[in-house]
Design a protein around this ligand. Structure first.
Ligand code: C3B
Length: 797
């Protein structure tokens, strides 16, 4: 966008006057914050208008990305960067007496997601918009996003995230497009002239009101939107009850409806099976599909051509109700016969699987399902009946597999099976993960529908994670290879020519140093601990989950501590940095946080190890904090048990910022390994076949304890209350008796690779060379590349 500082200033002054009635000299920071956001939002709305006009003329196929989560983070800086207005806005704001950096800091993260899955959805909105594809995201306008985390006496404590107070400037309500969603009630069948008709009556109606959050793209004409639904009662209150004087009761229905969009479920990679969650899912799916169908019918006389004009993409199984809901609309609302409706549905829907963890594969109790969604239940039953019959008739060799492939089994609706049965495309999110889907989880489906399963390796919004988050590195890269990488990340490959250039390498080292100093300042402020910015920054930031093995990392740190203290080990000084939220109901995850914090308390105050080790747990890990951590990371810990992490995306973000991966052959680590080669990554531990073999043989963690003296030393220390006199019996007993993700089995290999890391770090030049090589080969992990894979292989195939 072409606007001068002068023009921006005029806009700001005018908006400040009209919104608050003030001139700049009288305004507070908060008022200037509101003013800047309003001005940017208005520019986006204008641009969006022009874009919609263009879309109307060209009428391309629309993509609808259905996701319970979008981890948007902050938008102001991103929007200014995309509009190429950041320097001008900075000056305009400064000339009015304010500081744009301070204003950036006032913006809350829109934390409408838990972790990887939600952040991926936001990275894809960025990529698709920059590339000019008409992708609309659909989700819920949670009043409270992911909880705020504080650490009190080592325990995680959760606080509500009231993001709307300062974040609602980006949301435009579209009351005129509200729709109704029906729950509960009775389903009956009636004969009419057109044949048998299903009637859903006595339902409870919830009104869904859309709010649009505009998504800008970098130097792009496109402005897409994220449509977020808010729930309210269809009738503000019950007039009959009100008339009887039962005022509180008359409003109950409103509270029940509003609960649906109240708060994000804070669990990732496992399900809780709660009624409210099912209502959330149906609420946003039904509202969105009604919206999509209406939009289609505004441009087309019929729904017959829906699959030619629309893709509805199901992001993990959370929106799997798209399958029966699209069927319901076609059958009940638009009078289609089953076969035709099924054909349209199957050709319109695509599904991405994000996990093979059994506890994350959604299943709903059939009775609960029927109570809340009676009509949807009858449709799922019919889909299942027809599917099982078809397999029985057409694939006799698969008859034995019908019970495991069915959409309903053991009294549950199985959402992943439902998606694979219906969708025309099913993809995993890394090569390894997609292979596991084909060879294991969905093997029988793959035999029957051989072209359905594909892979799209995840990608990240490099413009946010590099250009906005790491300005120092970005300027260096621009100086060396120009700015083409902003639009085509593969251009980073050109950096390889500088791998033996001492000046470039030492400049890269200096930049890392400055970013580490920046993070050290934050740590000192947030945790009250001074860390040495010259020590190696070894980082593991991600959701807390047993399979991600933060505990193995912590055990190894304790091992180092004991070696220094008792055996005189000398090593390069290291700062271990953790950031992780635990699902509030996940006891073991919370215990692991307590363990890490206890470990940190013990180590950080022990002057006898003369600063060789520090352990920092940064509270409230979120997008905006990640933007500060990644540029400072030197070691990227990606240590999940092989076969468990579907992809990982933090691994890509750290690589892009020059950190070296220390990881297992899991998820996208394998593809990072392929990109950088074995000399530029630290790989350890069992691979997936080895994990499976050990599991089949029978894994006995206690044997590791008995045979590996280091493991024994560490666990004995913990057992004796060595960590601040604290009791970690649950952890020790879990490790000795279960160790579900084989941390002890991989411990020795992990310990050894850390020794290698330590040796390599002594040679700064070699380290920087590896770092530059990683940056140069991270181009493939751009979200733009992932989006093009979706475009070419799934959406516009
Ligand atoms: C995550 C997976 O755990 C990651 O490996 C993956 O990189 C991302 O999705 C994105 O594909 N995931 C998640 O955050 N929440 C889930 N419910 C399932 C998977």
């Amino acid at each position: 966008m072409n606007l001068s500082v002068q023009e921006l200033k005029q806009k700001l002054v005018k908006t400040l006057k009209s919104e608050y009635g003030y001139v700049p000299e009288e305004a507070t920071d908060r008022q200037m914050y509101g003013t800047v956001l309003t001005v940017v939002q208005e520019m986006l709305l204008d641009k969006r208008g022009e874009y919609l006009d263009k879309l109307k003329q060209k009428d391309p196929k629309r993509i609808y990305y259905m996701s319970m989560e979008f981890l948007v983070g902050r938008s102001l800086k991103n929007n200014l960067y995309n509009l190429c207005l950041e320097p001008e806005m900075k000056r305009a704001v400064a000339e009015l007496g304010f500081d744009l950096e301070r204003i950036y800091d006032m913006e809350p993260d829109a934390g409408l997601g838990n972790g990887g899955l939600g952040r991926l959805a936001s990275c894809y909105m960025d990529g698709a918009t920059t590339l000019g594809y008409p992708v609309t995201g659909f989700s819920i306008r949670y009043e409270f996003g992911i909880f705020k985390q504080k650490i009190v006496d080592g325990w995680q404590v959760e606080f509500p995230d009231n993001w709307l107070e300062m974040g609602s400037y980006w949301l435009t309500p579209r009351v005129d497009e509200a729709v109704e969603v029906h729950f509960e009630g009775n389903v009956t069948e009636q004969w009419s002239e057109q044949g048998l008709k299903t009637i859903h009556s006595n339902y409870y109606s919830v009104r869904a009101v859309p709010y649009d959050l505009l998504i800008s793209g970098h130097k792009s004409d496109a402005v897409n939107s994220l449509r977020l639904w808010r729930a309210e009662s269809a009738d503000a209150f019950d007039m009959n009850e009100f008339s009887r004087g039962e005022y509180v009761k008359s409003m109950e229905s409103d509270a029940k409806a509003a609960a649906i969009s109240k708060v994000l479920y804070p669990a990732d990679d496992h399900i809780e099976g709660k009624e409210l969650r099912l209502r959330q899912q149906y609420f946003f799916v039904s509202a969105s599909l009604q919206n999509i169908v209406q939009a289609h019918l505004r441009q087309n006389p019929t729904l017959d051509n829906l699959p030619d004009k629309v893709v509805i993409h199901i992001n993990d199984t959370h929106p799997a109700l798209c399958v029966p809901e699209l069927m319901r609309l076609l059958l009940d609302e638009y009078g289609y016969q089953w076969e035709k409706a099924w054909d349209i549905t199957c050709r319109t829907l695509a599904y991405t699987n994000h996990t093979v963890m059994s506890e994350a594969l959604e299943k709903w109790d059939l009775n609960l399902f029927r109570k809340h969604l009676p009509r949807i239940t009858t449709i799922v039953e019919e889909i299942n009946r027809r599917f099982c019959n078809e397999i029985f008739e057409k694939f006799p060799e698969k008859r034995g597999a019908i019970p495991s492939m069915a959409a309903i089994g053991d009294g549950c609706v199985r959402m992943a099976n439902l998606c694979v049965i219906a969708c025309y495309s099913v993809n995993g999110v890394s090569k390894l993960h997609s292979d596991i889907l084909k060879e294991d989880l969905f093997k029988d489906f793959d035999d029957i529908f051989p072209h359905k399963l594909t892979n799209v390796t995840n990608g990240i919004a490099a413009r946010r994670w590099l250009c906005q988050g790491n300005p120092l590195l970005t300027s260096m890269v621009k100086e060396l290879i120009g700015d083409g990488f902003e639009k085509d990340l593969m251009e980073l490959k050109k950096l390889e020519q500088y791998e033996s250039d001492d000046t470039v390498l030492s400049c890269l080292g200096d930049i890392k140093q400055r970013n580490k100093e920046n993070l050290a300042r934050y740590i000192s402020k947030a945790n009250g601990i001074n860390v040495d910015p010259c020590s190696m920054f070894d980082v593991q930031v991600k959701r807390l989950h047993e399979y991600k093995r933060q505990l193995m990392n912590a055990l190894h740190i304790l091992h180092l501590y004991l070696q220094i203290k008792n055996h005189g080990l000398e090593m390069e000084p290291r700062t271990f940095i953790f950031g992780a939220k635990a699902s509030p109901g996940y006891f073991m995850a919370k215990e692991i946080i307590r363990f890490i914090c206890g470990l940190g308390d013990m180590i950080n105050k022990d002057s006898s190890i003369s600063g060789m080790l520090k352990v920092i747990f940064l509270a409230d890990y979120k997008v905006s904090l990640a933007e500060m951590i990644y540029p400072a990371a030197e070691i990227s810990e990606q240590i999940s048990q092989a076969g468990k992490e579907a992809s990982g995306t933090g691994n890509m973000k750290m690589m892009l910022n020059g950190a070296l991966t220390l990881g297992t052959m899991d998820g996208a680590n394998i593809e990072i390994y392929e990109q950088v080669g074995k000399d530029n990554i630290f790989i350890f531990g069992m691979d997936t076949p080895e994990v499976n073999r050990l599991k089949a043989e029978g894994y006995h963690p206690r044997k590791v304890y008995e045979t590996n003296p280091y493991v024994k030393e560490v666990l004995d220390f913990v057992q004796k209350g060595g960590i601040e006199g604290k009791n970690f019996e649950t952890i020790v007993s879990y490790l000795l008796n279960n160790d579900s993700y084989m941390s002890l089995a991989d411990f020795e290999s992990y310990r050894q690779i850390h020794q290698t890391v330590n040796d390599v770090y002594k040679d700064a030049c070699r380290w920087n060379q590896m770092s530059l090589h990683n940056i140069a080969n991270s181009g493939i992990f751009s979200a733009d590349r992932s989006i093009m894979d979706y475009v070419n292989n799934i959406w516009y195939k």
